[in-house]
Design a protein around this ligand. Structure first.
Ligand SMILES: [Zn+2]
Ligand SMILES: [Zn+2]
Length: 139
């Protein structure tokens, strides 16, 4: 479902060293196909016996986000991180904080038009966020 290049070439393309923790984080995000919190990422890496210090995980996520290798989606709840090459927006569940990609061509067109009209540039983190409650999550 994803046409992402492998983590190594992704890091190299952004001029980053292939540190062990960066590679593990990218591999995890790519494999999960989801948006995960730093805590979830840390827990997953620990479960696979990698024993990363959480400070290292946070620092790596910061670097990867700053360079646009991964994108951060603000809460409710903790920030979630995702990875994809496709331009997309996000839906956010206000009850549980779960983030999903919203890939829609008309929507991308609409955002481009908003950009042309207002001069506001949407960030890669999906400045157009759609909030609501997922079915089963209604309060
Ligand atoms: Zn995303
Ligand atoms: Zn929910």
């Amino acid at each position: 479902m994803t046409r992402l290049p492998d983590p190594r070439s992704l890091l190299r393309r952004h001029g980053l060293h292939c540190t062990y923790s960066r590679l593990r984080i990218l591999t995890l995000l790519r494999g999960s196909g989801q948006h995960l919190t730093a805590t979830e990422i840390h827990a997953c890496l620990e479960r696979t016996g990698d024993g990363h210090r959480s400070a290292t995980v946070y620092r790596s996520l910061e670097t990867l986000t700053a360079l646009g290798v991964v994108h951060a989606v603000p809460g409710p709840g903790p920030t979630r991180y995702g990875i994809t090459d496709e331009p997309h927006r996000h839906t956010v569940c206000q009850q549980c904080g779960r983030v999903a990609d919203l890939v829609s061509v008309p929507l991308v067109d609409a955002v481009n038009r908003i950009e042309a009209l207002t001069g506001l540039r949407p960030g890669t983190s999906g400045s157009l966020l759609v909030y609501g409650a997922r079915s089963g999550c209604a309060a």
